[in-house]
Design a protein around this ligand. Structure first.
Ligand SMILES: [Fe+2]
Length: 251
């Protein structure tokens, strides 16, 4: 992956691997085989889950894409994939819990899903819903969609909030999201610079401001877990997982 090619060569002051026991749960990944651009096969999934377990995670809440143009997943498809994966985890003796929700693209079809109350959530009665935005421009009906979610008692969680470059010169947009009741999710890999220096800068800012509600690996393949191991040595990551507002361990 070109995306990650230079990251491991850069010199950064590194600490010993952070203990993930305080984090406990990952809340953003693509581990159900064959349903999106994450794991292709069952053996991909199992290999990744082994690394999650060895890294200290107790539970993974995996979140396949639901996006009308590319990934027309439904709760039925995702739950069937989860059941198959659970069986394999058990038969291979991998000691990790797994649940599934989804990563919803904010688009007109999603508003229909909300209307029909057919939304996959995580965090029990908190009813967290992971949403993502286009990387090119802010969706026209973003505020209406957030309002619709809140109105139905869901709690929207904005996936990788640091990756929307059209907000980088206007960080008030991010505080506006918080004021609308949106929880903010940071990709752990963003702290390494893997997604670019601008994204790293905003990721660091989110940590400095203590406004990250949830962190996730957004793991699609094993390379993302290499980023996790690198991030675990960064002072900024150590700082982040000690912050009190983080919700990962409560799920
Ligand atoms: Fe994702």
């Amino acid at each position: 992956m070109g995306l990650f090619s230079n990251i491991f060569k850069k010199k950064q002051p590194l600490l010993p691997l952070a203990d993930l026991a305080s984090l406990k749960n990952d809340i953003h990944s693509h581990l159900i085989p064959g349903v999106d651009d994450g794991a292709h096969t069952m053996s991909d999934s199992l290999e990744m889950l082994k690394v999650f377990q060895e890294s200290g995670y107790k539970k993974v809440i995996t979140t396949p894409h639901i996006m009308s143009d590319y990934y027309r997943n439904t709760p039925e498809i995702i739950n069937a994939g989860l059941a198959d994966l659970k069986k394999e985890i058990k038969s291979k003796g991998i000691d990790i819990e797994i649940e599934a929700a989804a990563e919803y693209n904010v688009e007109p079809d999603f508003e229909e899903i909300i209307k029909n109350d057919n939304v996959l959530t995580f965090g029990g009665s908190n009813k967290y819903v992971l949403i993502e935005l286009s990387f090119f421009s802010e969706p026209k009906r973003l505020n209406e969609t957030i309002w619709a979610l809140n109105n139905k008692g869901y709690s929207p969680v904005l996936a990788h909030v640091e990756r929307y470059e059209y907000w980088h010169n206007d960080l008030d947009k991010i505080t506006e999201m918080m004021n609308r009741g949106v929880k903010l999710q940071l990709n752990i890999g963003s702290l390494t610079g893997a997604y670019g220096p601008g994204i790293k800068k905003v990721a660091n800012w989110l940590v400095d401001e203590k406004i990250v509600d949830l962190v996730g690996t957004d793991c699609h393949h094993l390379k993302h877990l290499d980023l996790l191991q690198l991030a675990r040595k960064l002072p900024k990551f150590h700082e982040l997982i000690a912050q009190e507002q983080l919700l990962n361990s409560t799920l």
